[in-house]
Design a binder for this molecule. Structure first.
Ligand code: PRP
Length: 182
């Protein structure tokens, strides 16, 4: 696994420091509001669990899974819901937790969909933001963003290539030969 990594982009320590900072900030902003913390599977799972452990306030947890890259619907800006929330978000203050914003299609779709379900408010929290990859016409911005990254293929800490590398404890740049040969 490690042999496929060209270089470490964000170390375990850098991630931990920033995630704890973000957790403290969000906890302060949402004190007394009992936010509904929505994890978008699978990529966000490591970030989500670390973030929530850095938030010493009352909150609730729920999970969604949406369609992945390469799907025809994705390029048209539509997202397929593979697993929906198990609780109502009506009148709740929702924070969507994602690992990365790339084209921005997923979060644009999700924020609209959850708004239509009557959430009191919706904000977006992402660990990584790749603004250079944003699709034309997408104006979505992250309310809480961990790191801005360039247009490189990053894996680890939840992020995958073909379902591998999610369990690396850091975020690394994948060697191009790994994905170019497939
Ligand atoms: C990734 C990521 C976001 C989405 C971002 O998920 O976790 O959900 O893509 O891309 P976008 O801004 O272009 O919409 P992916 O579909 O790879 O699934 P995964 O989280 O299970 O890896």
């Amino acid at each position: 696994m490690e042999k496929d990594i060209a270089r470490v982009l964000l170390s375990q320590e850098q991630i931990q420091t920033r995630v704890e900072e973000m957790g403290r900030q969000i906890a302060w902003d949402y004190r007394g509001k009992n936010p509904a913390m929505v994890c978008i599977l699978k990529g966000a799972v490591m970030f989500y669990t670390d973030l929530l452990r850095a938030m010493p306030i009352q909150l609730s947890m729920d999970f969604m899974a949406v369609s992945s890259y390469g799907k025809r619907t994705k390029s048209s800006g539509e997202v397929e819901i593979r697993k929906d929330l198990s609780t109502s978000i009506e009148n709740r203050h929702v924070i969507i937790v994602e690992d990365i914003i790339d084209s921005g299609f997923t979060l644009t779709y999700l924020t609209r969909m959850l708004a239509a379900r009557g959430a009191a408010s919706i904000k977006v929290c992402t660990l990584l933001d790749k603004p250079s990859r944003r699709a034309p016409g997408i104006t979505l911005k992250s309310d809480y963003s961990g790191f801005v990254v360039g247009d490189e293929f990053v894996v680890g800490y939840g992020l995958d290539y073909a379902e591998a590398y999610r369990n690396l404890p850091y975020i690394g740049v994948l060697k191009p030969e790994v994905y170019e040969n497939n």
